[in-house]
Design a protein around this ligand. Structure first.
Ligand code: FAD
Ligand code: AMP
Length: 478
């Protein structure tokens, strides 16, 4: 029988390690269990996000963006970059070193906060019995007053195109290519497909994205999605909508993909294919039937708004539960649960989860779209600022995109902010704070923004809600 803890956390991804650290900060004896080992058998905390998700993808997105700028944009601003060359091995080495620093950082944080860490696979049985199995001995039974399940997610696989880890890979494989594919097929034009497609396209691949749906980025503001599609196409991404992949065949190191579109059955040949059709919760090998934990029809652990499962003392957070499959959403849930275990009463505000796509231009939004509001019958006003009118945008060659502020027609309260443009991933934080504080568009308009900055775009869009933006031609006097 293992030691007894106040809290045992399964999973050291962003949701799990935040829960564990906050629980330990609050004085609860805490154990964090994870099964992610490196080639030497050493535990790699950080989950998908640090190891094969947010961080490595951003390392490659940033590197490939700089390469592309050096190649084709520097000359306009008077920088002659002779013989710019790409070194994929070094790019991958840089990516691995960033990942290693961060996973080691999480290990140190867990240790310095007094969290006990255990490597192994956890299974939850009857009466909150948690069993951890590993290669290094017999299974250990953990006793814990409270259990936080944070097992995350894994890529969805499709029968039509099964992963072989050579020619057909998932997002993990696509982050590790050691050479630039000549012709790269990506199944799914969602966030992950677009980010990975951008990386390899900038580095020289001919990229084709096959997307089953007719709509492009249906969750985004439609004006933003339209602008994004235009920009991606301009960059050379061949995005085919209404193209459902139905089969694949490996022929002499190439993959022939069959897909159906409005014109019938089509085929395309690629030397590499990435299956990026979404992620599913990693719950199948975690829960014994006797655990009493219920899953929904898609395999997500059923929880209430405070991440409480149906079993008292058992909570679930992160990608394995309903809501956006994003690291920061899981982090906030992890912290909320730790604090609620300690008797505090925080809530996660699911209305202000920022969504970001780290392509160039970046796309970011928070809150509702115009379509959402029209569907629910809420009257609203919208103000739009085009980044083409931004002084800082012009100075830094970043004039693509727009900022849109949507406010309630009666109360003027901000209901959504949508952006496409450089640094949108950073700028959206201002909108999240405004919404979290219940700001009106007028409040943002009355706030002083540093000049010249891209963030003035948010200021102007908020002013535009009531028609008095300074840098947009207005027809009416208000
Ligand atoms: P995970 O990070 O998946 O961690 C779960 C952990 O639990 C893993 O370490 C796993 O080993 C462990 N585990 C599971 N089951 C068990 C078990 N039974 N016993 C022991 N351990 C177990 N999100 C963003 O917010 N921003 C981004 O830019 C972003 N980019 C992404 C790019 C890619 C390519 C991918 C694939 C994902 C990206 N995401 C991004 C999504 C993000 O990675 C996830 O939302 C986030 O990692 C979820 O955190 P989590 O803690 O719930 O789960
Ligand atoms: P996301 O969920 O944002 O990661 O996006 C995944 C995308 O993959 C969605 O837009 C799906 O419509 C798309 N998708 C799923 N299955 C297929 C398929 N067989 N062929 C093409 N696209 C698909």
């Amino acid at each position: 029988m293992g030691e007894k803890y106040d809290v045992a956390v399964v999973g050291a991804g962003p949701a799990g390690y935040h829960a564990a650290i906050r629980a330990a900060q609050l004085g609860l004896s805490t154990l964090c269990i994870d099964q992610w080992l490196d080639d030497q058998g050493v535990l790699q905390p950080g989950g998908t996000c640090l190891n094969v998700g947010c961080i490595p993808s951003k390392a490659l997105l940033d590197a490939s963006h700089k390469y592309q700028q050096a190649q084709s944009e520097f000359s306009t601003i008077g920088i002659k970059a002779k013989s710019v060359a790409m070194d994929i091995a070094q790019m991958q080495k840089h990516k691995r070193s960033v990942v290693a620093s961060l996973t080691q950082g999480v290990s140190s944080l867990l240790k310095s906060n007094g969290v006990a860490v255990m490597a192994g696979h956890a299974t939850l049985g009857a009466d909150k019995q948690l069993t951890v199995s590993s290669d290094s001995g017999s299974p250990v039974v953990i006793q814990a007053e409270n259990i936080i399940l944070a097992p995350g997610s894994r890529p969805i696989e499709i029968d039509a195109c099964q992963r072989d880890d050579q020619c057909i890979v998932d997002s993990t494989g696509a982050l590790a290519f050691d050479e630039v594919p000549r012709r790269l097929g990506i199944i799914g034009a969602g966030v992950i497909g677009l980010e990975l497609g951008s990386v390899w396209s900038r580095l020289g691949s001919e990229v084709v994205l096959l997307e089953a749906m007719d709509a492009f980025l249906p969750g985004a503001d439609s004006q933003v999605a339209k602008e994004a599609l235009k920009q991606y196409k301009r960059q050379g991404l061949d995005i085919r909508l209404g193209a459902k992949v139905v089969g694949s065949q490996n022929e002499d190191g190439e993959v022939v993909i069959s897909y159906e579109d409005a014109e019938g059955l089509q085929t395309e040949t690629f030397d590499r294919v990435v299956v990026a059709v979404g992620r599913r919760p990693q719950t199948t090998d975690l829960l014994e039937d006797a655990s009493g934990i219920s899953l929904d029809e898609r395999g997500f652990i059923k929880v209430d708004e405070h991440c409480q499962t149906g079993i008292p003392g058992v909570f679930a957070v992160g990608d394995a539960v309903r809501g956006a499959m994003l690291a920061h959403k899981g982090m906030e849930e992890g912290v909320m649960v730790a604090e609620r275990i300690k008797g505090k009463k925080p809530q996660v505000n699911y209305d202000t989860v920022p969504m970001v796509i780290y392509t160039h231009p970046e796309i970011a939004w928070v809150g509702k779209t115009e379509d959402d509001l029209s569907k629910e019958g809420t009257e609203f006003k919208a103000g739009v600022f085009p980044m083409a009118a931004s002084g800082r945008g012009m100075a830094s060659q970043e004039t693509v995109g727009l900022v849109k502020v949507i406010a309630d027609a009666v109360s003027d309260r901000v209901l959504g902010v949508h952006m496409i443009g450089a640094h949108a991933s950073e700028l959206i934080a201002e909108a999240v704070i405004a919404m979290e504080f219940g700001a009106s568009a007028e409040d943002i308009g009355l706030t002083m923004f540093a000049h010249p900055t891209l963030s003035e775009g948010l200021h102007e869009a908020a002013l535009a809600v009531s028609g008095h933006a300074i840098h947009i031609a207005n027809r009416k006097r208000r």
